[in-house]
Ligand binder design. Structure first.
Ligand SMILES: [Zn+2]
Length: 92
């Protein structure tokens, strides 16, 4: 705060230009195309979201006995959940 330049600090302590982060902050992620300002997204770094994801997976695997594994796919850019990858039992 108080610096009259175009630098901004990221969460992990790196500096970048404010103009480069505005796009991401305004919503639509360049990587996954999801918009956290208009969509209900789950984030990997949010422990509450992470618990919800685990509960969802547990429920799903309990309901669908032929679904062997389920893997949450997170966006590399914004860390939001994109989809779940399901592996079916080979015997089916
Ligand atoms: Zn993303």
């Amino acid at each position: 705060m108080g610096f009259n330049d175009n630098l901004t600090k990221t969460k992990d302590g790196k500096f970048t230009l404010k103009s480069k982060t505005e796009k991401a902050k305004k919503g639509v992620c360049v990587e996954c195309g999801q918009d956290s300002t208009t969509q209900e997204l789950l984030f990997r770094y949010n422990s509450e979201d992470y618990i919800l994801v685990r509960e969802y997976i547990e429920d799903h695997l309990t309901s669908y006995s032929n679904h062997k594994t389920m893997e949450p796919i997170w966006c590399k850019e914004c860390a939001a959940l994109i989809e779940y990858k399901v592996t079916l039992n080979a015997s089916n």
